[in-house]
Design a binder for this molecule. Structure first.
Ligand code: ATP
Length: 431
């Protein structure tokens, strides 16, 4: 009883009435054992779900020795069950322990005994034995594939740009630096400059990758390492990009709820995030709305955390904010014609949470250089970037979508750490 049986195993979720009367082998971890004296009921879980096993006779004493969460291989006959939660059950005739779990375990992966998030993150691999939690990462994987599918359908190609970079581009005080063969190097905070350059030869690119920010943020929405979905497209402007983002978000959510029902059935925010269209408001309108709520901000002020919280009460779902003041946006964002104090940019918000930031880029090399100077940056540090703008740079636009934040919304999680396997923040560098 070993590898052949494991190879022929039946997965928990596929067990059904057609199997009744057949012999089967199954593997998984022992989640529960209810010992009734003459009969025992075991719950065994694998990656697809759980199944019930029934044990009698000698099998009972064998199961009494097994620590919960140990990995076991069982063989038996599939039979009818009276249990409400299972279609059938397995009358277990043979059992082999493949790996023993210690007792006590540092956390209870069934979730019956609650643990604080920090403790759970310290034991993340075990935490994932909780089906509700591992489901978050199944959804994450599905959403990544849906995003890729959507972007391919819009003629974007996936690219990979360097994460080790040689200069502190974008002016970053937020960069992690380190020694790189006796030179100073940095971890990329975004693919901004590379993805813009790539529109020159590839027109439409996207990248899904980790980025690094050395901001000492202690919030439920910031991490030092996060995944961003970045797009950049030649010949499109920021309104075209907003349209693409709107379609991407709506089609991803719809696809998730229609085709991945099994995974999302535990999450209860479905009605809140299913939308047909995403409303668009302006930065100025937000200031006016906020003024009505007693939050006095002047044109040019950034939307502070308290202001965003209040805005989130007015707009609890997805909404775009457009027409941001130029001075609040990075050097590469283009300003509006005849209204240079306003930029061609947008943010996509979900309540208080910023999900996407995007805009039309400056593609005139001379103007770009002036913008760098205006922002107090040294054009010499950008010479590799600026020279590409002299090779026939197409007008282009793009955006960056915070993937972990999108996952917070899709899984109704209030803390970004819930949707990231091994989060990195100011205090956490392990496991
Ligand atoms: P915020 O103002 O919320 O700190 P930002 O303006 O610095 O965000 P951008 O540099 O525009 O963000 O990055 C694009 C997107 O990446 C953001 O809209 C957000 O969804 C995500 N993002 C940015 N920084 C972080 C972070 N530290 N942790 C998680 N996601 C982030």
């Amino acid at each position: 009883m070993q590898q052949d049986d494991i190879r022929d195993r039946i997965f928990a979720s596929t067990l059904n009435k057609d199997h009744i009367g057949k012999n089967a082998s199954l593997v998984g971890w022992l989640e529960d054992f209810r010992d009734m004296g003459k009969i025992g009921f075991v719950t065994i879980r694998d990656m697809t779900g759980n199944f019930q096993g029934v044990v009698v006779g000698e099998m009972l004493s064998e199961f009494r020795e097994v620590q919960r969460q140990s990995i076991i291989l069982v063989k038996g006959t599939i039979q009818e069950t009276r249990a409400e939660n299972f279609k059938v059950e397995v009358k277990i005739e043979k059992m082999k322990i493949l790996s023993t779990a210690v007792n006590p375990l540092p956390i209870d992966p069934t979730g019956r005994v609650k643990s604080l998030m920090d403790k759970r993150l310290d034991c993340r691999a075990l935490d994932l034995r909780n089906f509700r939690i591992s489901n978050i990462f199944r959804i994450r994987s599905s959403v990544l594939s849906l995003i890729r599918k959507f972007l391919y359908s819009k003629m974007f190609i996936e690219v990979n740009t360097p994460k080790i970079i040689g200069s502190a581009t974008e002016g970053g005080a937020d960069l992690f630096d380190f020694e790189y063969f006796s030179k100073k190097a940095y971890l990329a905070q975004s693919p901004q400059l590379y993805k813009e350059q790539l529109t020159l030869g590839l027109e439409r690119v996207f990248e899904i990758s980790p980025y690094f920010r050395a901001e000492p943020s202690h919030t439920v929405r910031h991490l030092s390492e996060f995944i961003s979905v970045d797009l950049e497209a030649a010949f499109l402007d920021y309104v075209d990009i907003m349209d693409i983002v709107q379609e991407l978000v709506i089609s991803t959510i719809n696809d998730l709820f229609v085709n991945h029902n099994e995974e999302i059935k535990h999450f209860e925010n479905k009605p809140a995030i299913m939308v047909d269209t995403i409303p668009r408001t302006t930065y100025q309108k937000c200031l006016d709305d906020l003024r009505g709520l007693g939050e006095k901000l002047e044109f040019g002020d950034d939307l502070s955390d308290p202001a965003l919280k209040k805005l989130g009460e007015i707009y609890p779902k997805f909404y775009f904010i457009t027409d941001w003041p130029t001075k609040l946006k990075p050097f590469y964002i283009l300003e509006q014609e005849n209204k240079c104090e306003l930029s061609k940019s947008f943010d996509l918000q979900y309540g208080y949470l910023e999900i996407v930031s995007g805009g039309t880029r400056e593609h005139d090399p001379e103007k770009l250089e002036n913008k760098l100077l205006e922002k107090g940056l040294n054009p010499k540090s950008f010479s590799d970037h600026l020279k590409t703008f002299e090779w026939g740079m197409p007008p282009h636009s793009g955006c960056g979508l915070g993937f972990d934040r999108l996952m917070m919304i899709l899984t109704n999680s209030s803390n970004i750490r819930e949707v990231v396997l091994y989060p990195r923040d100011t205090d956490r560098l392990t496991p």
